[in-house]
Design a binder for this molecule. Structure first.
Ligand code: ZN
Length: 211
């Protein structure tokens, strides 16, 4: 069922917009097909493996795609902060598929629809990095850094494509309370000739972000 919905025309259009690095678009595509390797999916694929299915972020629920990327307390804080910047409020739907299906309807202004869609991809990618840092590097979650990184990436990816109103995105970013001075300076100074890093990676330090 989820697979059918993920293959529908609307989702195909939503995902393959070319607004984010291909690796990130592909990751979201896999997520909506429930193929991202969270613990529940790994167990479904390899039934003989027995391991802890707990979400590594909250240690309370089973780590399903919808839990990790949406309903986990940590994930929802990130979503809420990121949509809050745009003046959007929402309660959490039950599944990441529902969230993706309703995303474009939450867009605050029609003129910012491409940047708004970009937010979805950047947040999903960040939550995955956030989770992997906890699992593989045993790093504690830094929510403010995660939110700043998201907004910094939106600015960089946006500037790369030149979508919508430059003033809109610049003012949103410069008014972010958690954004450090150096990050603000870099947002303003990003040149036209950006090198587009297709893995969307980050070195984890606000002032040394990959784009
Ligand atoms: Zn959780």
């Amino acid at each position: 069922m989820e697979e059918q919905v993920a293959n529908s025309d609307n989702f195909v259009k939503f995902i393959w917009q070319g607004i984010c690095p291909p690796k990130v678009e592909n990751f979201v595509w896999q997520l909506l097909k429930e193929r991202v390797m969270v613990r529940q999916v790994i167990q479904r694929l390899y039934r003989s493996l027995v391991f802890n299915l707990e979400c590594p972020l909250c240690n309370k629920e089973e780590e399903s795609p919808s839990h990790l990327f949406l309903t986990c307390r940590w994930a929802w804080i990130i979503w809420s902060k990121c949509i809050g910047v745009w003046g959007v409020l929402s309660c959490s739907p039950k599944t990441i598929m529902e969230w993706a299906a309703g995303w474009t309807y939450l867009c605050p202004t029609p003129s910012s629809d491409r940047v708004w869609n970009m937010v979805f991809f950047v947040v999903v990618w960040m939550i995955w990095e956030f989770r992997n840092q906890k699992v593989f590097k045993e790093k504690e979650a830094d929510l403010m850094l995660a939110v700043d990184t998201i907004n910094f990436r939106i600015a960089c990816w946006y500037k790369f494509h030149g979508f919508g109103s430059k003033e809109l995105i610049t003012s949103i970013l410069l008014n972010m309370p958690g954004l450090c001075k150096e990050a603000k300076r870099r947002i303003l100074s990003i040149s036209e000739g950006l090198k587009f890093n297709v893995d969307g990676s980050s070195r984890g330090i606000q002032t040394q972000l990959g784009l």
